[in-house]
Ligand binder design. Structure first.
Ligand code: SAH
Ligand code: SF4
Ligand code: F3S
Length: 478
């Protein structure tokens, strides 16, 4: 949408963001405008990332884009010439955190007049946020949408050269860029995008509006990226998407996540993970492949959201309690030693005490290895805002408390079963506090451990588990 705001700029619009059609995507290879390469040599940047793994990975691209025009990374925003907030819209508190940071940056900029401040990520796709920034946060130099990431170098250059606020947000996903540069945060574990966007439109969720329609990367591009990671010594890849199980549906007649996982599993990469998987698109071929290949990690995130079929329907999740449990059981039976984790929302509009009890009984049945639990947060522009909500915040907080008691009980109970067992752990580092090594098991459990001999980071070692806690396990390398 073009809006006359001094200059021509693009503002977000949820109505546009909601549209879905079958038009062909344009796919481009990213190229930096040569005239600005290294132009800002000597300048420093700091990125603050909120939200999910996709945002974390976007920040790895953002860092590389900034480095391509000469910026160098610093670890404290007080040392930076450019501060970029890569934001998340999923719940109110994510919003509040980003605005809180903008408040601190306002003070910092009062001292450091030429500080450049930018905001990107999901909040940039919300018109109310962008309007607030244009009105009350004039010190923010630029806002860049999730579909415009490739324009980052140019927009920074423009913001600096023209010395006025720039807003560049496409409401609809446009093109798909391959070959964006990347500086990875970890030398052993890498994120690989396989699909962008989400078409599920769960009634509470803002993601389909902020990230656009489901767009799969071509399998050749994904496999090529993984080959390069293997060549560079990476031990683990995590395939990313808001909905990895929808992979390929928009692109191929007969090639899905199961096929992709199988092709990757045949490569020489010790660990493959993927997230997030929506129960809806999870088919038998996927489960079979996950069970068959030892380098596909037996750790599956399977968000349930609620144990009540009535609430699931209101949420637009398109599965029932029964069909979820059927899938859950099939995965448990087919994938040896699998650990299943989940997301749960309490206090969704219309959730009664009985509905909540159904969530509690489902949790008692599933005994999850990990769970992320949230109180429903109303997101402007989503259908759930229109639903009647009779539950008070206090009641919702009580439900969350009760739920957490139960999920925590099972985390510990599952971990206790691992005492005395030997687990394979990817050595990731040494924790400062305890002077112990740490890393994750195949089922994605955090392991702190000692070793008689010195270990190389990035190695996969056997660790004997000595004691279990709710959130981690202690052991010794053998
Ligand atoms: N694509 C994933 C979820 C991504 S968002 C899936 O559908 O499985 C991560 C989690 O945030 C969701 O699973 C949900 O539990 C939570 N969430 C999303 N919107 C929310 C809202 N409006 N209020 C509270 N929690 C929310
Ligand atoms: Fe949001 Fe639902 Fe899409 Fe997950 S599947 S990102 S919860 S709309
Ligand atoms: Fe947040 Fe956007 Fe991820 S809303 S959870 S950063 S897709």
């Amino acid at each position: 949408m073009y809006v006359g705001w001094g200059d021509i700029m693009h503002l977000p619009d949820f109505l546009e963001a909601k549209t879905r059609d079958k038009r062909d995507l344009k796919r481009f290879d990213y190229k930096l405008d040569k005239s600005i390469k290294n132009k800002y040599k000597g300048k420093t940047y700091f990125i603050k990332t909120y939200g999910c793994q996709m945002n974390e990975h976007d920040s790895e691209n953002i860092g590389a884009l900034l480095e391509s025009i000469g910026f160098k990374k610093v670890d404290d925003y007080l040392d930076a010439d450019l501060v970029l907030l890569n934001t998340c819209s999923i719940r109110e508190n994510a919003h509040n955190k980003a605005f809180g940071m903008l408040g601190r940056l306002k003070h910092f900029k009062a001292e450091k007049k030429d500080l450049i401040i930018g905001l990107c990520g999901c909040m940039a796709q919300e018109v109310s946020v962008v309007e607030e920034i244009m009105k009350d946060y004039k010190f923010v130099n630029f806002v860049l949408g999730t579909h415009n990431l490739h324009q980052l170098p140019e927009i920074i250059d423009k913001a600096i050269e023209e010395n006025k606020q720039q807003i560049e947000v496409y409401s609809r996903e446009g093109d798909l860029y391959e070959g964006l540069p990347v500086v990875r945060a970890n030398s052993y574990k890498a994120y690989v995008n396989i699909i962008y966007g989400c078409d599920k439109f769960c009634t509470y969720c803002i993601v389909p509006y902020t990230r656009g329609r489901e767009r799969s990367r071509k399998k050749e591009d994904i496999l090529k990226e993984i080959d390069e990671l293997i060549k560079d010594g990476y031990k683990e890849v995590t395939l990313l998407g808001q909905n990895v199980n929808a992979y390929g549906k928009d692109l191929y007649d007969d090639y899905n996540l199961g096929d992709l996982l199988e092709e990757i599993a045949k490569k020489d990469i010790p660990r493959i993970r993927f997230m997030t998987s929506h129960p809806w698109d999870f088919n038998d071929k996927m489960i079979e492949v996950i069970g068959k290949y030892p380098n596909i990690m037996p750790s599956i995130h399977l968000p349930v959201q609620s144990g009540s079929s009535k609430v699931l329907k209101l949420m637009g999740r398109r599965y029932t309690r029964e069909s979820y449990l059927e899938l859950f059981n099939k995965i448990k039976e087919t994938v040896p030693g699998v650990a299943i984790s989940t997301d749960i929302i309490v206090g969704f509009p219309g959730e009664t005490e009985e509905d909540f009890e159904e969530t509690m009984s489902l949790v008692e049945y599933c005994k999850y290895d990990n769970a992320f639990t949230f109180i429903f947060s109303e997101r402007k522009g989503t259908p759930a805002c229109k639903l009647k909500d009779n539950t008070t915040l206090k009641e919702k907080e009580e439900r969350l408390y009760r739920l957490n008691e139960v999920v925590n009980k099972y985390f510990l109970e599952n971990n206790k079963k691992l005492e005395g067992k030997v687990l394979k752990v990817l050595v990731e580092g040494i924790s400062d506090k305890k002077n112990m090594y740490y890393g994750y098991s195949e089922t994605n459990k955090l392991i702190n451990f000692t070793s008689d001999s010195e270990l190389n980071l990035g190695d996969i070692v056997d660790v004997k588990i000595e004691s279990a806690k709710t959130w981690s396990l202690d052991g010794k390398a053998i």
